[in-house]
Design a protein around this ligand. Structure first.
Ligand SMILES: [Zn+2]
Ligand SMILES: [Zn+2]
Ligand SMILES: [Zn+2]
Ligand SMILES: [Zn+2]
Length: 222
């Protein structure tokens, strides 16, 4: 389970978590699409970001340089994280950018606002992280894979995503769909019914690093 695979959204070929980043920089179908968009007005910097948790979950996205960390936080919450409105923050070059505004700056180390554009805080090859929820934290690693000039229509465009990882039922070795939050074991739909901890602890297995954590039941919309 070290390296989950995923599909390039442009040519539909499958790559390993390691290979996909390099592929996206070379993919001919993507290049053709990009060239159709480029050359228009409003060219700006576009950031290719890799976002990952362990090597199991990963996303490659492109984002407008004028979009903000707040937009990125929204996106991450939507696709992977949001359960009950916990706080979150990015740490970039040792500086924290928080989802909440802090008034008091006594010690001079209060986090900054996420309402700041990528152009202002990120450079090519930067590595940074994102934490959601300071109780049962989900931590994501982010990396600027490339920065190019061009045009994309939306603030954030998905380039590739890992396929849902397959977990095995603890009891019958079938494909697990549910997890018991109490004992952290995975079960199929049938075996979970007989599991002794009871249904209060049952969580669905979803394609997210927050699977089975706090009240995470998957994204509100796919
Ligand atoms: Zn491709
Ligand atoms: Zn929660
Ligand atoms: Zn089973
Ligand atoms: Zn259990």
């Amino acid at each position: 389970m070290s390296n989950s695979k995923g599909e390039c959204r442009f040519c539909n070929k499958t790559f390993s978590g390691r290979g996909i980043g390099k592929h996206l920089l070379l993919c001919r179908s993507k290049k053709e699409k990009d060239e159709m968009l480029n050359g228009r007005k409003n060219e700006g910097y576009i950031y290719h970001l890799k976002i990952s948790a362990w090597s199991l979950y990963w996303l490659h996205i492109e984002m407008k340089g004028t979009a903000t960390l707040l937009d990125l936080d929204d996106f991450l919450r939507g696709i992977w994280l949001e359960c009950c409105g916990h706080l979150s923050q990015f740490t970039i070059h040792g500086v924290r950018y928080s989802s909440y505004e802090e008034q008091d700056d006594w010690w001079g180390d209060a986090p900054k606002s996420m309402n700041i554009s990528l152009n202002d805080v990120l450079d090519f090859k930067d590595k940074f992280n994102h934490e959601y929820d300071f109780g049962t934290t989900t931590e994501l690693s982010l990396q600027v894979v490339s920065v190019r000039k061009g045009v994309i229509n939306e603030k954030i465009r998905m380039l590739a995503r890992n396929n849902p990882p397959v977990f095995v039922c603890e009891k019958c070795n079938g494909i697990a769909t549910q997890m018991c939050q109490a004992c952290r074991e995975d079960y199929c739909d049938e075996c979970i019914e007989e599991h002794e901890c009871g249904e209060d602890y049952v969580m669905p297995i979803v394609n997210s690093p927050r699977t089975g954590v706090c009240g995470y039941f998957g994204p509100f919309e796919e």
